[in-house]
Design a protein around this ligand. Structure first.
Ligand code: NAX
Ligand code: K
Length: 553
């Protein structure tokens, strides 16, 4: 499990380490620069000089044979410590025999102390020109372009760099690894963040000039100590290319944690194998009984997908509650899933008298007209507070009075809105999230989901390729389907219904609401990755056996 930090938390950790006397800021900057160079050679071993070019074991430029042409790097340095990292990288590449050009955005006299020291060290080796000299450059005729303009300090728009960013995006699109140096388009490496991206929200800061870009683009982004929130949400996921984290020798974050910190958000990277394993001495009732409500005739597919998901994820029994007129339709489609006739709220209340039903899924294609009374019956205070997933129509039906829904919800509920449903239930929060950010830290999807969970009083899973899950007490996690977990085929009809079913099945098995939502979201992406292209919703539950086998269950 990786904890994702905010820029302020990262600054606090660095400052605490420096104040403790364990390390100096200058040492951290040197390690950051070394980490970047290391990451570059790991990503592109050919740049490390497997052929001998520029890869002096002694670190000496004289190592190059006379006829050899050195690799060329352009390093763009900004006015803060990100720029300081850039000067370190420039020096380290120069020491390896590279031809390095350095450009500065800002004034050398105003650089912060550590960055200034590294600026001075560089000026003993080479020139520094103003970044405006190269901003128009479209060819770059270099092998490597280092973006050390802004890192975690980006707090506002950078309109004068828009054209540069536009050219960088173009270069990322056109980049071919082989032959790297012959096509005149470099590999682009962002230090900490592609410049212009807000570290807490992953968002960039648009400005009046719509023509140019608002942030840089990179093939790889090298961050330090731990990734930040902004690497996994917002615009940044399209800009970072690939996120590589490098250790800079700081002790684990929890050792520096302050009581006044906002709670940490974690990145989901694995399932809880122990929780998913079934106990050998349990019968089907021991693994819980899930109930899923279907829509009316012709609208039962979504609930059937959810039920299949609940069954495959391990619920002992799954029952579909079906209106009379849809029974034949459903009966012809299901085998291991049971059925019960439920036409209205009274029928549902009666069905829920069975205390062995320990998880409920309500909403997929339920029908807006039927949803309100059925949701009220499902959440009836007279009933036991039963783990309940509310999705789709169960959310949209309350667009005109979200507070009526919030008043009925309890701590065992999980809401699973996509962007549209989220906006219907939390219009003010959605408005904040969609407003054009003007200064950092910008309001993020993590902020929005946390606020929504607090208001609803239950877990909220805000869907997307960056799914954010939050509990009312501030616990939060991101299930990323970006970078190496990119799963574009998951954006398919019925995929969300299967996710709701996974959560319901895990709730029936005894997972707590946060754990069920996290594990279901993670498994959902794993299933898509396992299947690959061509995935449709029906395929998702069918991948679970293979995913479970890989987990060693
Ligand atoms: N503090 C440390 O000890 C370390 C910092 N490191 C590097 O330092 C970076 C953070 O450094 P800084 O806090 O100096 O921030 P940046 O270097 O990201 O930004 C520099 C400064 O520019 C200003 N700024 C923000 N938006 C601007 C705009 N639109 N136009 C003009 N100026 C703007 C801000 O006041 C900010 O402080 C990290 O991303 C990382 O690369 C690493 O060297 C590791 C160690
Ligand atoms: K940068």
């Amino acid at each position: 499990m990786t904890e994702l930090l905010t820029a302020a938390q990262m600054r606090a950790i660095e400052q605490a380490a420096i104040d403790s006397g364990e390390v100096t800021g200058l040492e951290l900057m040197e390690r950051a620069g070394q980490g970047v160079v290391e990451a570059i050679f790991e990503e592109w071993p050919e740049l490390a000089g497997a052929s001998g070019r520029g890869a002096s074991p002694s670190g000496s430029p004289e190592y190059l044979d006379k006829e050899e042409v050195p690799f060329r790097a352009v390093v763009l340095c900004g006015p803060g410590n990100n720029g300081g990292d850039g000067f370190v990288v420039a020096r380290l590449l120069h020491e390896r025999g590279w031809a390095v050009e350095v450009f500065l955005y800002g004034e050398a006299e105003k650089l912060p102390p550590d960055a200034r020291v590294n600026y001075e060290r560089w000026t003993d080796l080479g020139e520094v020109n103003d970044v405006s000299v190269c901003a128009m450059n479209k060819g770059w005729s270099c092998d490597l372009l280092i973006d050390a303009l802004f890192g975690t300090g980006t707090t506002r728009a950078l309109p004068d760099l828009g054209e540069l960013f536009w050219n960088m995006e173009d270069m990322v699109d056109c980049f071919q690894v082989e032959p790297l140096h012959e096509i005149g388009r470099p590999a682009i490496v962002a230090i900490d963040f592609p410049s212009g991206v807000c570290a807490d929200s992953g968002r960039d800061f648009p400005h009046r000039d719509e023509h140019w870009r608002f942030s840089a683009s990179a093939h790889i982004t090298v961050c330090f100590h731990q990734p930040k929130l902004g690497h996994f949400i917002g615009d940044a996921v399209e800009k970072c290319g690939k996120v590589v984290n490098k250790d800079i020798g700081l002790r684990p974050s929890h050792e520096w944690r302050k009581s006044n910190w906002r709670q940490i958000c974690k990145l989901l990277q694995a399932a809880h194998q122990d929780w998913l394993r079934k106990l050998t001495d349990q019968n089907k009732f021991g693994n819980g009984h899930s109930v899923v409500l279907t829509g009316e005739r012709g609208h039962t597919g979504a609930a059937r997908l959810a039920a299949r998901g609940a069954l495959r994820v391990g619920a002992g029994l799954v029952t579909l509650c079906v209106p009379e007129d849809a029974c034949q339709e459903v009966a012809s489609q299901v085998t291991s899933i049971m059925m019960k006739t439920v036409d209205d709220a009274a029928d549902l209340s009666a069905a829920l008298e069975d205390k062995r039903i320990n998880a409920l899924c309500i909403g997929p294609a339920l029908g807006l007209d039927r949803a309100k009374p059925l949701v009220a019956a499902a959440l009836d205070a007279g009933q036991q507070a039963r783990p309940t997933v509310l999705d789709a129509d169960a959310l949209s039906a309350f667009a005109d009075e979200p507070n009526a829904l919030f008043a009925m919800l309890h701590e065992k509920c999980v809401l699973t809105p996509h962007g549209g449903e989220f906006a219907r239930l939390f219009p003010d929060i959605s408005e904040k999230l969609n407003a054009v950010p003007t200064k950092g830290p910008a309001y993020s999807k993590v902020d929005a989901t946390r606020e929504a969970a607090k208001r609803a009083g239950c877990v909220v899973l805000f869907k997307g390729a960056d799914t954010v899950i939050a509990a009312p007490d501030g616990r939060c996690s991101i299930n990323s389907a970006h970078y190496e977990r990119s799963a574009p085929w998951l954006a398919t009809a019925g995929s969300g219904d299967v996710l709701a079913g996974f959560i319901t099945g895990l709730l029936a098995r005894g997972f707590d609401p946060m754990g069920a939502a996290e594990t279901a979201a993670w498994l959902h992406v794993e299933c898509a990755l396992k299947f690959g292209p061509g995935l449709i919703a029906e395929d998702i539950p069918e991948q679970l056996p293979a995913v479970f086998r890989d987990l060693g269950l």
